[in-house]
Design a protein around this ligand. Sequence first.
Ligand code: SF4
Ligand code: SF4
Length: 333
Amino acid sequence: MKFHLELTDKCNAACPMCGRTKEMDRCLPDMTKVRNIELDLDLIKRNFTPDLCSRISEIDLCGGLGDPPAARECLEICDYFVGFGIKVILSSNGGLRSEAWWKRLGELFAGTESLVEFHIDGLEDTNHLYRVNTRFGKIMRNAKTYLETGAIGEWHFIPFQHNEHQLADALTMSREMGFSKFRVIDTIRFGEKNGFTYQLPDGSLQELNPANPKLIDALRTDTEKAEPAAPQDQHEHRSTIRCKSEIQNRPYIVATGVVSACCWIEGSEDERRMYSKAGVDQGLTHNIRHRPLEEILLEEPYRTVYPQAWAQQANPVCVRKCARMQRSRRSSL
Ligand code: SF4
Ligand code: SF4
């Protein structure tokens, strides 16, 4: 099985489209959502027992409201999982921590399948326009130090109008630095407006616009690696929901300790309804700070309430993500 963990909701960056950011208030953190909490090593060890770890193939340390290296025991937690032969995929903006820290992480991952996805959306003069509050030079030094250990690293790039002209240079730089992959993320967060206004920390207004897809296609040499595109027609969809989390057996755990089916449904009205039908208090009963993870996963709403809802197409989030496939698309260049 697999897991997706939000190690922490702390972050050094303030990406305007992130759920933690108040995009029209100088990209300050939304303290109604951010609690500055994290999962620590003791809690992880208590729930991810050696027996459970022996059945896990992969763990994603990614988002939702935080950058994993911001968790105090991120390195120790990676060490714990890698010790069981688990593939760890750590997503980061790369801007936190010292070069010595990234060297230690690289030494831990080197020779294994574990990897870091560095989310770098541009070069020196553009990356901070989306990855607000990060410094490109520091990110590059951290990435270089990590890659020099021989560990696997990927460069993930969200193309916007303001950085699309740098795609080719970033791709070349990624090859020179030793990144194993350069992946373009086609975000669906623009919605129908095709634009997103936000306020930088200095008070100035900025606009994000999607990149020209033709520019990306021109660089594409490996189209077969592209995941299927989201259907253009909002009403065109598969007749059945195929739950990604169920297929991959990949539950999500939030930094609060709460267990959820996946990061899309977590915190949504759909999820509240599932728990209300199950008669379970999610915050208290389905929280690894209070009860063992393995018990939680065997209980409702996972046993029958979710499958019934999928059969009835009752959850709009599930329909959108796992029938209409409205997901961000990643492709390798
Ligand atoms: S780096 Fe990730 S967690 Fe941090 S603000 Fe950006 S999207 Fe959110
Ligand atoms: S959105 Fe619904 S169907 Fe899709 S992975 Fe999450 S719980 Fe499963």
